[in-house]
Design a protein around this ligand. Structure first.
Ligand code: SAH
Length: 359
């Protein structure tokens, strides 16, 4: 096998049996020595994937406008904390803070970053050091203050469990070893899981975003008790569906998810319906989800692109136009429609900018 993490996972399976997909994803992404996010900066042309803030400064700037308007909708509290979950290189927040200073000069939030990767913390320090951020390993240690939180491509990176339907019930999908012990292989638990209430046709696969659900519940309780809103942007689906969206990406190409543990990025499509239900069950107000293209256009992407292009060279103008297309193109597998935007918030808040009314 082809990665240093393989031996560690094989030993764990030999010692105590096949592991859940949540354990497998947790090890691949977060193993203290060999985990994907512990060892590298995965973003950009030379990395494995590219995200909206890395495509164009306009993305973070528009999020900054959203933050300013949300702060105003909250009644402009002085003790507000600005939080980003999984800030990557810190590019989104850097662009957002620049726009915020112009849009809301009186807004002086404490900046909190939830990030587990030491490599990406160093990147964030380069771009956001002047704002004196406080870093957190998890959401547990965030302050007891009204919070505006932003998460771009964060929820897709969290471990999930999967279950397959058979006549006798839902069987958890597990990661074990191939018969000769030289590779990892998918299998199913011997007994059905009695906690799953869903129904579905024989053979279908269901994904349970266990970690994301816990985080959404925790954040929802926070915004209900402390005030504030959480903005989640990710690729995913609005209606619950069956099927396998687990994917591994290495060097901008798909690769089989069990092939190189810890070396490829692992993600799943975000189940916005499930996360939305978890938020409302805790008493939060739900806004959206909407397509990313509608969200960005409502915040003024076209106008921002035009202004940026005014004093730019022809080459720069072409790059701006290309970025607008990449962020909003509704074609399959492009960002405009595949990516959704949803917020959950203190139920006392009315409408939030660029999102359809509370449900
Ligand atoms: N938001 C950035 C980066 C997206 S990649 C952008 O849009 O460019 C996912 C980010 O989430 C990375 O910063 C990664 O280190 C972080 N991350 C992944 N799992 C995490 C976890 N369990 N807790 C905190 N951060 C996590």
């Amino acid at each position: 096998m082809t990665s240093p993490l393989f031996a560690a996972i094989r030993d764990e399976i030999l010692a105590s049996g096949p592991i859940g997909l949540d354990r497998y994803m947790g090890l691949c992404l977060g193993h203290p020595v060999h985990g994907y996010y512990r060892t590298r900066d995965p973003l950009g042309a030379r990395g494995d994937f590219i995200t909206a803030p890395e495509i164009s400064q306009m993305f973070g700037e528009l999020i900054g406008i959203w933050i300013a308007a949300t702060w105003a909708a909250m009644g402009a509290p002085a003790d507000v904390a600005l939080v980003e979950l999984g800030p990557g290189r810190g590019t989104l927040m850097q662009d957002a803070l620049r726009a915020l200073t112009r849009a809301a000069p009186a807004f002086r939030p404490a900046l909190h970053l939830v990030e587990t990767s030491p490599v990406l913390r160093a990147e964030q320090a380069k771009r956001l050091g002047a704002a004196a951020p406080v870093w957190h390993e998890s959401i547990e240690t965030l302050p007891q203050a009204p919070m505006i939180m932003v998460a771009n491509e964060f929820f897709d990176a969290l471990p999930v469990r999967q279950f397959q339907r058979a006549t006798r019930g839902w069987f958890e999908r597990l990661v074990g070893l191939s018969p000769d012990g030289t590779a990892l292989a998918f299998g199913l638990a011997a007994d059905p899981d009695s906690h799953i209430a869903a129904t579905g046709p024989d053979g279908v696969l269901m994904t349970l975003p266990s970690v994301a659900l816990d985080i959404v519940r925790g954040l929802s309780r926070r915004v209900v008790a402390q005030g504030g809103a959480v903005l989640a942007i990710d690729y995913g689906h609005v209606r619950p569906g069956f099927g396998d969206s687990l994917q591994a990406v290495r060097g901008h190409r798909f690769t089989p998810p069990l092939d190189v543990p810890g070396v490829a990025d692992l993600t799943t499509h975000v189940d916005f319906a499930a996360l939305g239900r978890a938020a409302t069950a805790e008493g939060a107000g739900l806004h959206g989800p909407v397509d990313q293209r509608d969200f960005l256009f409502a915040l003024g992407l076209r106008e921002r692109a035009e202004r940026l292009g005014r004093d730019a060279s022809q080459t720069q103008r072409d790059a701006i136009t290309a970025a607008v297309t990449r962020l909003t193109d509704p074609a399959r597998r492009r960002m405009g429609r595949l990516f959704k935007v949803m917020a959950f918030a203190d139920p006392a808040l009315g409408a939030l900018p660029a999102l359809p009314g509370k449900t």
